[in-house]
Design a protein around this ligand. Sequence first.
Ligand code: ADP
Ligand code: MG
Length: 667
Amino acid sequence: MNPETEPGSKPTPTARFEALFEAIAHAIAVFDDNLELVSANPRYYELTGTSSEDARGRSVYDAFPNAQADLTEQIDSAVHGAPVIALPVTFQNPTGPRVVEATFVPIPADSGQRGLIFAGNDITEREHLRQDLAGSVAQLETIFDVIPDSVRVVDADGNTLRTNSQAQTDHAPNTPTTLRELWQLDRPRTLDGTSLFVHEHPTARALRGERVRGERLEVRRGPDGSMIIDVNANPLYDEQGRIRGAVTVERDVTFRTQLQQQLEQEARRTAELYERVSTEAERLERMVQERTQEVLALQEARSRERRLAAVGQLAAGVMHDVNNALNPIMAAAYLLETNAENPAAVRDYAVRIAKAAETGAATAARVGRFIRQEPMKGVGEELVDLVAVCDEVVAMTRPLWAERARGGTIQLDRQMAPRAVIRGIPGEIREALLNLVQNALDAMHVGGTLGIVTRTRNGEVALEVRDTGIGMSDEVRERAFEPFFTTKGQAGTGLGLAEVYGIVRRHRGRAEIESAPGKGTTIRLLFPEGADQAAATPAAAPARRLPRRVLLVEDHPDSREFMQALLESDGHTVAAVTTVQDAMTRLGDGGETPYDVLVTDIGLPDGSGWDLVTHARNRWPDLRIGVVTGWEPRGNTGATDFLLRKPVRTSDLLAQVASGANITLAH
Ligand code: ADP
Ligand code: MG
């Protein structure tokens, strides 16, 4: 391009200048003293969209056809030698608008001005960057304002440089400009109440290079004049690492802190409450235990009292009945003595004595039945049809109902399960039912309904007697089964239900009372169902009476003579002895014994009747052996065929001696 440049030789200054002219990033155009273009570099042609051919010789005023601004003024002031001013000018260009810093420089010469130089510096990219930056800054400022925390930027001396709108609101209408002013307004304190010195303010600490994090302070701000804030502060450094200020960010945590405090308080209170409740529960439990103990002790004391009372009643009742029996006997005995010569009177007194004795014996028997709750050995149990027993009792008592109920009309309500069969003693069941019916009638003064019900369920047979009578109070219901407990005064014995109870127990059953005053009474007896549902077997035919050879052992003369006379009057042969020894001798010591029946007392002068029973049973298995005693039998009862209690009923003795059947009669 340069004709003066020889290969291998040093380039001339002109050549060097031209190379620079070509390579420089600026657009350059040189105008002569006529202000016509004499030379320009490729950048200029690019910028102006011209070529070297059509540009050369153009006037400076026409040299920038695509400039978007009028450059005339600028050119003129350069022509007049004014100072150089760079102006940004937009050039329209096919690749888009270009922003160029346009400078016109006069070319000075000794003889005066010799033209102008245009220098165009393309600042399009820089301009874009500047705009972007301005946009970013504006965005950041919006964000800065929008965040709900209060942000304050201070310089190294603590003077406020910037605040966001929250920071301004926080102190409105004041605008603290220094850290000291801020501190005076806020009077910051820690949450435990310690006031902060100004140099302890988080901003002051950040200005000393500390990063402050999560400091909780109470300040005088907000509608209530008190606000709890969470403070973070950071130092700001310049490029040399020197502190040139600080940023402090504060968050209002009043509500949150209060909430937290409330929650903590609530939790504390709940814990306290729990503590209190559990001690209370313990106290209650202890109380309940103590009360339970007391009640149990009371119950036990009461039941002991009851038992004692029952025993007392029993004794009193027995005494009363025995006295009743003894009185006529004593009277009759006295009269007998005085009227010994008069046979009619003697017979009469004898009858009275026998009657009175029988009454006494009956009382003793009832008491005995009550005391002895186990069935006596050998008592034959059979299948008992409760329906039959019920009908029998009803038939037997019906004519007396009106009288017993003192004139009231009694209806019968009969509900019978067809197969109410139990194992037991028919006589006892009959007696129990009779007692219940009597009580029911007693309770219905003005008439009512007598219900008799049998029912089978779950292997149990129930026998119920219901009435619509006066009913029982709680106390009466609890004590009704006690012997001699009665509410009927002289008219009652108090033995009816006690007997019922004993009978039920002997039959492995139980008794229940449902009753309330004025509501009538239901007494229910529950028995285990009879193993066999077949109808009750008819009673065995009475045994045929044969004369027997009887050995009677009894030391008491009256008793011995009485029994001997009785047995002989019934056709038997009787040998009577008074000791065990005599009896053994009579029975013989080998082979056959000359007797069919041995009847012995227990308390004998030379030993116990039981020894005799055991001896005889071992020797002669077929010998019929019977015991007659005034005491509860407590010996080898298994070896006997019958047991009779004194006073002996004549018919019982005769039946047992004559009978071959192995039964024992209680009274
Ligand atoms: P007694 O009939 O001689 O009084 P009990 O042993 O038969 O003796 O009865 C005891 C008490 O139970 C009776 O005095 C009565 O107070 C009460 N009692 C029994 N059965 C009934 C009933 N059906 N209705 C109301 N009270 C009854
Ligand atoms: Mg009664």
